[in-house]
Write a protein that binds this ligand. Structure first.
Ligand SMILES: [Zn+2]
Length: 202
C-alpha cells in the first residue's frame, strides 16, 4: 500500500494505517496516534483560509483569501497554504531555517513572522511533487471529542470564511480539481527524493 493525502495535500498517510484491507476506513481507535491526530485535526483545518493570504488580507478582506489546499507541520501548529503561497513556505522551510525548527512550538509563528516581514520565494521557485490525493471526504469520526478531551485537537481558533465566501470557495475548489490530475501518481514517485515519513517537505 502507498501514501495518500486526504482533503488537503501535504500531510501523507500510510494507506494501511487508515484503511482496512477491504478499503474502508479503520475505526479511529485502531489508527496509530500520529495519523489519528492528523485526521482529527483535518476536521478543523479543511476549508479554512491560507495562512499567508490571511496575513495579507486579514478579517476585513477574508473573502480575498484563497482556501487552503495544503497543510504542513504538526497538528495544532500546522501551516495552511494555498497553491500560490506554497512556494514561499517551501523556500522558508528549505532556505531560511524553517526545517531546523520543524516540530517545535515556534514553527508556525516563525513562518508567519518571516512572511509578514515581506519574506517571499524568488520568482519561479520550485514546488514539490505531491502524492496522489485520496478521498476528499473525511471518515465519520464518531464523537472524536471523547477521545481527545485533553488534546484540544478540535480547538478551532482559525478564522472562518463567512457563508457567502464559503460558497465561493466551494466553486473555486471545483475549478482546482483539474490541476489534481497533474499530481504525481503514487507509483511513479521517486522515493529517494521524498522524505515520505514526515509531514514536512523534503
Ligand atoms: Zn495564500
Amino acid at each position: 500500500m502507498g501514501k495518500v493525502s486526504i482533503g488537503l495535500r501535504g500531510w501523507r498517510f500510510d494507506e494501511e494505517d487508515i484503511f482496512t484491507d477491504a478499503g474502508g476506513w479503520r475505526p479511529l481507535e485502531e489508527i496509530p496516534q500520529e495519523p489519528r491526530h492528523r485526521l482529527v485535526r483535518l476536521q478543523v483545518v479543511m476549508n479554512k483560509p491560507c495562512d499567508a493570504c490571511y496575513l495579507i488580507h486579514g478579517d476585513e478582506e477574508i473573502q480575498r483569501c484563497r482556501v487552503a489546499s495544503i497543510v504542513y507541520g504538526e497538528p495544532l501548529d500546522e501551516v495552511l497554504l494555498c497553491d500560490e503561497h506554497e512556494a514561499d513556505f517551501l523556500f522558508w522551510f528549505r532556505e531560511r531555517g524553517g526545517s531546523t525548527i520543524a516540530g517545535e512550538e515556534t514553527f508556525r509563528d516563525a513562518f508567519h513572522e518571516w512572511f509578514d516581514d515581506g519574506g517571499r520565494a524568488p520568482d519561479g521557485y520550485g514546488g514539490m511533487d505531491h502524492v496522489e490525493e485520496a478521498p476528499e471526504e473525511l471518515p465519520d469520526l464518531r464523537d472524536p471529542e471523547t477521545l481527545y478531551e485533553d488534546d484540544d485537537l478540535l480547538a478551532d481558533e482559525r478564522p472562518d470564511f463567512d457563508d457567502a465566501a464559503a460558497a465561493d470557495e466551494g466553486d473555486a475548489e471545483g475549478d482546482n480539481e483539474g490541476n489534481e490530475a497533474d499530481a504525481v501518481d503514487d507509483g511513479d514517485l521517486d522515493v529517494d527524493d521524498l522524505d515520505l515519513d514526515r509531514e514536512y517537505p523534503s
